[in-house]
Design a protein around this ligand. Structure first.
Ligand SMILES: Nc1ncnc2c1ncn2[C@@H]1O[C@H](COP(=O)(O)OP(=O)(O)OP(=O)(O)O)[C@@H](O)[C@H]1O
Length: 362
């Protein structure tokens, strides 16, 4: 069992600054997921925790001890990579036993642990095979098994599912979820750029952007209450519709006027003094619905209709640069070129100030 404490962690490669001061408190047994766009520093942060890279400045504590200078093998950490990193000439059994053998574990103890991990991951039938005789999904399970055998306090995963096909990704994701339940008390830190993995696995998500933390929180909290425009746009697919707007009024009767639209009442804590200020109005595609009444917030022409099976995406040209996307039920009585009006319950409407900071909803 181990918690982690990161204080003002910075990382530079020569003159290139990659992490600009990361503060995080990770509780023992938590499942933390780092997400963010390509190049934001997710893998670098994971590698600093593992000890595979030196920390330029700041403090990293594991289990209450500063480990900045501690060798990776002494940190009680096991890491699972996207590339599996199995030894090709060793059997599955030997791949899993290797780390413990190096550490001088007894033969019986090693055998017990390898078989236990193989059982958890359902790879017992493959113990005598070589990695090349396994599918990608089975290889990744061996890589996870090898980490389990080491009995780590902290598990690090660097995009472990990205080499797998869609179906296997879902299956292995569910297995990792179960693994976390079974290994209660083991802290897991997981890097991905897949939102579904982040939303489904994480106790808390850390959203990174250009070497900084944008927000940390439970998946649904980040989804429904993003602190800023970056987090709002990053989580959700299709992305939140965002339109430049002007603040019509603040206080109890807060309202905004998105470009090209009529004024819309919002439940946001906009101060009275913000009247006239530029802002951004946001609403998620799934929070929009068709209306025939006078409560429309958007009116426009249907540009594209995409039927995805369980839902239909409708792209509506309302005269702004980007069309508005609505995620609607199937069998909508509209086709390309037709006029449509969309509304949304007040509670789903979001407003962000000029700097992209969210106004808290009232
Ligand atoms: N050894 C290195 N030397 C110089 N720059 C590096 C090195 N390793 C990483 N970087 C830079 O640091 C930044 C962060 O890289 P990192 O791999 O942590 O990003 P990431 O968020 O994991 O991206 P991705 O999702 O594409 O894997 C990138 O701009 C990258 O080019």
């Amino acid at each position: 069992m181990a918690g982690l404490l990161l204080r003002d962690i910075k990382k530079a490669y020569g003159t290139v600054k990659v992490l600009h001061g990361i503060d995080l408190d990770i509780k023992s047994g938590e499942f933390i997921v780092f997400v963010g766009p390509s190049g934001c520093g997710k893998s670098t942060l994971l590698r600093l925790i593992a000890g595979l890279e030196d920390i330029t400045s700041g403090t990293l504590q594991i289990d209450g001890k500063v480990v900045n200078q501690l060798a990776p093998s002494k940190r009680g950490i096991a890491m699972v990579f996207q590339s599996y990193a199995l030894y090709p000439h060793m059997t599955v059994y030997d791949n899993m036993a290797f780390g413990m053998k190096l550490g001088g574990g007894g033969k019986e103890e090693i055998d017990r642990r390898v078989r236990e991990a193989a059982d958890i991951l359902q790879i017992t039938p493959y113990l005598d095979r070589l990695p090349k005789q396994l599918s990608g999904g089975q290889r990744q399970r061996v890589a996870i098994g090898r980490a389990i055998v080491r009995d780590p306090k902290v598990f690090l995963f660097d995009e472990p599912l990205s080499n797998l096909d869609a179906a296997l990704r879902v299956q292995t994701r569910i297995e990792i979820n179960k693994l976390h339940e079974r290994m209660s008390g083991v802290t897991m830190i997981y890097v991905t750029h897949d939102q579904v993995e982040a939303m489904t696995l994480a106790d808390r998500i850390v959203v990174l952007n250009a070497g900084r933390v944008e927000q940390v929180g439970a998946p649904m909290e980040l989804y429904h209450h993003p602190d800023n425009l970056f987090v709002a746009k990053f989580l959700g697919s299709p992305s939140m519709n965002t339109i430049p707007c002007v603040i019509e009024s603040g206080g109890a009767n807060a309202a905004v006027r998105p470009n090209g639209c009529e004024a819309i009442r919002v439940q946001a804590a906009i101060p009275e003094g913000a009247k006239g200020a530029k802002a951004t109005f946001g609403v998620r595609p799934e929070d929009l619905e068709i209306t025939t009444g006078d409560d429309a917030i958007f009116r426009g022409t249907i540009d594209i209709v995409e039927q995805l099976g369980e839902v239909t995406l409708v792209y509506v040209d309302i005269g702004t640069d980007e069309p508005i996307v609505a995620k609607l039920e199937n069998d909508i009585p509209f086709a390309k070129g037709e006029q449509i009006a969309l509304t949304s319950p007040l509670k789903h409407l979001q407003v962000f100030d000029e700097k992209g900071v969210a106004y808290r909803r009232t």
